[in-house]
Design a protein around this ligand. Sequence first.
Ligand code: V1P
Ligand code: CA
Ligand code: ZN
Length: 399
Amino acid sequence: DYGMEKPQGSSVSFHYNPNVEYHHFGSSHPMKPWRLTLTKQLILAYGLEYTMELHEPRPATLDELAIFHDREYLSFLKNITPQNMESADNQAHILSFGFGGESNDCPVFDGLWNYVSLYSGASLHAADSLLNAQSNIAINWSGGLHHAKKNAASGFCYVNDIVLAIQHLLTQNQRVLYIDIDVHHGDGVEQAFESTDRVFTLSYHKFGFDKYNNPFFPGTGAITEMGPSDPANRGKGHTLNIPIEDGIDDEQYMWLFRTITGAVNEKYRPNAIVLQCGADSLGGDRLGKFNLNIKAHGYCVEFVKGFDKPLLLIGGGGYTPRNVARTWCHETAVCVGATLHNNLPTHLPYLQAFQGEENGGGVLYPDLHNTKRHENVNSVAKLNSIVRSAFENLRYIEG
Ligand code: V1P
Ligand code: CA
Ligand code: ZN
């Protein structure tokens, strides 16, 4: 009699508050929250909503955000508006908290507080459903804002929902593995947990300098960066960074990912995993420099799903909205074990956003390889040497 057993396979929960879509960073800013509208429409058009449990999480409260962030920073974040930001009082703090500035990576926009509480609430709620064993894969595509620091905004990120979700998972899990496939280094998450051995952070990212000798944002994440060097610090060796050059292709990336992530999982034996799925590592991304296709990106999700541990999937970067939507829809299907047909459903709203040669020809899996013609400068020798160094770095943790 199998009546008392839990159903086999994975159960997936999807955490999404649609109010997050309506926020605008400004017309010339690359971060477009409406990419989440496109993502949701694709997921619905393929009927994936019937294969998972849907949740509409409430916004996170100030007290929940204060578990990681400084209260001074939060009260500034809560009260700043485009109308009051010019006041002398606010101007005195704005730069030190990471807002505005020359690059304007983190603009002050209408509804900013609402936006940050919505995406953070969804990550906390997703972590909660893993803790309660309501699902073994929980998804929040609106989160993944890995650059935010405890007292500063950075790189389009104001509140670090990933750190908050990991802190929540740590209340009932001894060890959490954080994996980051966004094209940028997950510096905020790494820094937040640099002094603990209960979180291992692993980031794959572009690292290097352009022809004007400017570093690729945020400029950190060399292979030699492995956490504190002080042997008395428990965080030593619990950080692994995989620096990659322009133009990496599917085969190379999948090889790097399975070789290194597989070794980390075996050595560290985490009780839960958080996977940040930034889609700016795809070919044709407006900011990224890699050449990945959607299925190679999704391979990372498939591979980590195979570890069979509670898994929190979150979004992140991704600046060519139609391809962000395609990728996160595909990865949702990977989680529920569905195969999707390549021709997009004809009843899809916004179908025209995916049609035409420029926009991927009306299919789910267009060829993105070299759409922005980034030459692949990752040599076999270089990749082998990265894997060798990564394995050497892993000797610091006891299996
Ligand atoms: O490179 C910088 C600035 C220049 N300063 C010296 C630093 N900023 C980048 C920020 C990228 C943030 C990525 C976020 C994520 O990892 C997670 C959500 O994906 C930047 C870039 C760029 N090409 O790297 N900012 C902008 N472009 C930008 C462009 C237009 C308007 C505002 C910002
Ligand atoms: Ca990364
Ligand atoms: Zn990114």
